[in-house]
Design a protein around this ligand. Structure first.
Ligand SMILES: NC(=O)c1ccc[n+]([C@@H]2O[C@H](COP(=O)([O-])OP(=O)(O)OC[C@H]3O[C@@H](n4cnc5c(N)ncnc54)[C@H](O)[C@@H]3O)[C@@H](O)[C@H]2O)c1
Length: 428
């Protein structure tokens, strides 16, 4: 196998062609491997095979066309086509259930599919973010199905993905990577494989350490954002601008406060802290509380909006509210766990009309001007670049009442003639 990896003749199957799986498949294909992507959504398979990506990401279409065009990448929904591959890379979603416990159904189904077609000596890699101990459990599941002994008859690794949407193709190459093997040989093989395109540092460890590392990284960010959000609440009570305070505090050589906002979204940050604490015996107050604080931020945005409506003498039930941005982060089309959607859910029964405009996702209105025509309030819920340089004087002319609520700190100076509120920007 080592030899086949070095000569790039090892055949790779990538399971799940979403935000992570498709770019990963493209990278291996363009590094010279023959790659087949296995995906249960048939419409995604068709699109990919026609050279068109189903996700928005810089450079993705040209890189995909190169991979598909030279015959190194193909997608399929037929599990027979991924039989006897050398490497299986599992990139399926690992969401939460309603009760915030992990939903490992997609992962288990993917592992069962792989177990049904793999051969002795295959290398199975889980890139999905998973609760601690999952890789070892999945290796046992493969053993139950195939009779192959983990570490002897097949290799298994957790290789967590750290990329950020919008920078995926750069970060896939330059980020450092961790390879957590169920045996040292497994980690060694995976490291060799990814070295075909990774230029960042690489580290080898056990699969459980690797699982915990990935979850700690996102929990660190979530807890720190929660602290910044709590600072934002305090700033409202003291009537100060939290962003000015954070900038000054961050001049301290050992302080790096994160930025507050309307909430934390995406497939990863809202769920990973739950995955980290779920299999543990004890309760972990700080991590859970941070989640609650971040989940509560759309409510703060609602309070700010309603306070602005009160100042404008506009009864909420008569107000037309235009929400700018549906994606959870700027310049992305990803709406998973988006705080913009949570905010809309919070206000929709209390106002006359909610309009939405998002240049990447779509929305109720196809243009910003249409969304603002006759509106009473604008709420910025996503930091898309397009929203940073808007001419509020001009846009204000379209509106019935001029209220602007900035949930993302992208309006530097409150525009003249508007009732302005912003998360962390002074009094309620
Ligand atoms: N999106 C990110 O920025 C990011 C970053 C780091 C880590 N991760 C982790 O990577 C994993 C994948 O995330 P994603 O954003 O790519 O998810 P995604 O939902 O975009 O993609 C998952 C894909 O897998 C497919 N799928 C589900 N079950 C399948 C099965 N049994 N067989 C074949 N295909 C199947 C789905 O149809 C979907 O297309 C998650 O665990 C996530 O936490 C994501």
């Amino acid at each position: 196998m080592e030899d086949r990896i070095e000569k790039r003749t090892a055949e790779i199957a990538v399971i799940g062609l979403g935000y992570i799986g498709l770019p990963t498949a493209i990278m291996f294909a363009n590094a010279g491997f023959k790659v087949i992507g296995y995906e249960i959504r048939k419409e995604v398979v068709e699109k990919i095979n026609s050279g068109e990506a189903h996700i928005v990401e810089p450079e993705i279409n040209e890189l995909l066309q190169r991979a598909v065009g030279n015959g190194r990448l193909r997608a399929t929904s037929n599990p027979k086509e991924i039989r006897d591959k050398d490497v299986y890379i599992i990139c399926v979603q690992t969401p939460l259930k309603e009760d915030t416990t992990p939903n490992l159904e997609y992962l288990e189904n993917a592992v069962r599919t792989v177990a049904g077609v793999m051969k002795k000596g295959s290398l199975v890699i889980i890139e999905s973010t998973v609760p601690p101990l999952t890789t070892v459990k999945m290796a046992k599941l493969i053993e139950e199905i195939t009779g192959f002994k983990p570490g002897e008859d097949f290799y298994m690794v957790h290789a967590p993905e750290r990329v950020m949407p919008g920078r995926i193709f750069k970060e896939l190459v330059y980020n450092s990577r961790i390879f957590g093997g169920i045996t040292p040989e497994s980690a060694e093989l995976a490291e060799k494989l990814y070295r075909s395109f990774v230029k960042g540092q690489t580290f080898k460890t056990s699969s459980t350490v690797s699982e915990v590392v990935k979850l700690m990284e996102n929990t660190f960010r979530d807890v720190n954002i929660a602290l910044a959000n709590e600072f934002a609440y305090l700033a409202h009570q003291y009537g100060i601008d939290v962003f000015e305070a954070i900038e000054l505090a961050n001049t301290h050589p050992r302080v790096r406060i994160h930025l507050p906002g309307i909430g934390v979204g995406g497939h990863c940050l809202p769920k990973d802290p739950h995955l980290l604490v779920w299999p543990a015996r004890d309760d972990f107050g700080l991590i859970r509380l941070a989640r609650e604080i971040n989940d509560g931020m759309p409510l703060l945005a609602k309070d700010l909006l309603f306070e602005a409506l009160r100042i404008a003498n506009m009864p909420p039930q008569e107000a037309i509210v235009a929400v700018l941005g549906l994606a959870y982060k700027g310049d992305s089309d990803d709406t998973r766990n988006s705080p913009a959607l949570a905010f809309i859910e919070e206000i929709k029964d209390d106002v006359a009309e909610v309009r939405t405009y998002d240049p990447f996702v779509g929305g109720t209105h196809g243009s910003l001007e249409d969304a603002l025509e006759g509106a009473d309030a604008v709420v910025i819920a996503t930091d898309h670049t397009e929203f940073r340089s808007l001419d509020w004087k001009e846009l204000g002319r379209l509106m019935r009442t001029r209220i602007l609520v900035d949930g993302r700190h992208i309006v530097e100076k409150p525009p003249k003639g508007f009732i302005f509120k912003g998360i962390g920007r002074g009094e309620y």
